[in-house]
Design a protein. Structure first.
Length: 301
């Protein structure tokens, strides 16, 4: 883990990748494009079932497929004249030969804005053979989840699964200072565990988010040596941050889930059952609750 990440200086928007796309995510998405369109990248038989008899006829079929793909992209997505596509190896011809298509598309994808990269991804889904679309969506979503993107395919559209409001709640919880420093320390650890690209630890990210709530409740209730349940029960009658009984019970149950023998704090938990979306839920709702308690306390001071 880098120094900036250990001390909590990594921005939440970068950690969750909302309004951004780092090189790892961009490269992996481009690789999916090359895998699903092998006709364009030097492995034409992968798309047509491998080498068989009738090679000449199959090569002609591949050339027609190339022309179909590139013409579609040039006309439908890039809005450029089709006869600008260079002819060697692509079977399109034309008087203008100044643009080599693969190089052009790669440079575009690697250098465009993050939202334009997602535009491209949505568009190529429409030109993938229908039998492969479900698998393409599945592969894309696996990459998006692994690389910590705040977006995923839902049906045939890329949607945000982490809203700006959720990001704001997390950032506010991370900004806790002075007497609330223990709270922000737990939240920073939660973000670090959640956003580790190589080895994310979603169960412990959720645990740290709940520990941040526990720290906040102890600070406000002035009961440093008690459990979260006791601290919350004290808040129910605390005139500086009075907590409604139903809300108290909801978070006590959430904490119980985190502490249960089958919950995320159990050492023998199969971490494969606790997904990215589960950890994100804990981080978001715990951040919102921390900010809620802090605001109530500040208003009563």
């Amino acid at each position: 883990m880098r120094f900036s990440e250990r001390i909590g200086k990594r921005e939440v928007k970068s950690a969750i990748q909302i309004n951004s796309m780092d090189d790892d995510l961009r490269n992996c998405l481009w690789n999916l494009f090359t895998i699903y369109f092998p006709e364009l990248f030097g492995n034409p038989f992968a798309a047509l079932g491998g080498y068989q008899r009738g090679q000449a006829a199959r090569m002609e079929q591949i050339e027609l497929r190339k022309k179909e793909i590139l013409s579609n992209l040039w006309h439908g997505y890039f809005k450029k004249p089709i006869d600008e596509i260079s002819s060697p190896g692509y079977g399109l011809g034309g008087m203008c030969t100044q643009i080599e298509p693969i190089k052009f598309m790669r440079e575009h994808f690697m250098n465009c804005e993050w939202f334009e990269a997602y535009d491209f991804l949505e568009y190529i889904l429409q030109i993938i053979q229908s039998k492969n679309r479900a698998k393409f969506i599945e592969d894309c979503n696996q990459v998006l989840e692994k690389e910590g993107s705040g977006y995923k395919f839902i049906d045939d559209k890329i949607m945000d699964v982490t809203s700006k409001e959720e990001i704001r709640e997390i950032e506010d919880a991370l900004a806790c200072e002075d007497i609330y420093t223990p709270v922000s320390r737990h939240m920073k650890t939660a973000i670090e565990l959640y956003s580790d690209r190589k080895q994310p630890n979603y169960p412990n990210a959720a645990k740290e988010a709940m520990s941040a709530v526990e720290a906040m409740c102890k600070i406000i209730s002035n009961k440093n040596n008690c459990t979260l349940t006791d601290a919350m029960r004290a808040l129910e009658k605390n005139d500086r941050a009075e907590l409604h009984g139903a809300l108290k019970e909801a978070y006590i149950k959430l904490y119980a889930y985190a502490s249960d023998a089958e919950g995320i704090r159990h050492a023998n938990l199969d971490e494969g059952n606790f997904k990215q979306e589960d950890a994100r839920y804990f981080i978001v709702v715990c951040s919102a609750f921390i900010n809620y308690l802090k605001e109530k306390r500040n208003k009563s001071s």
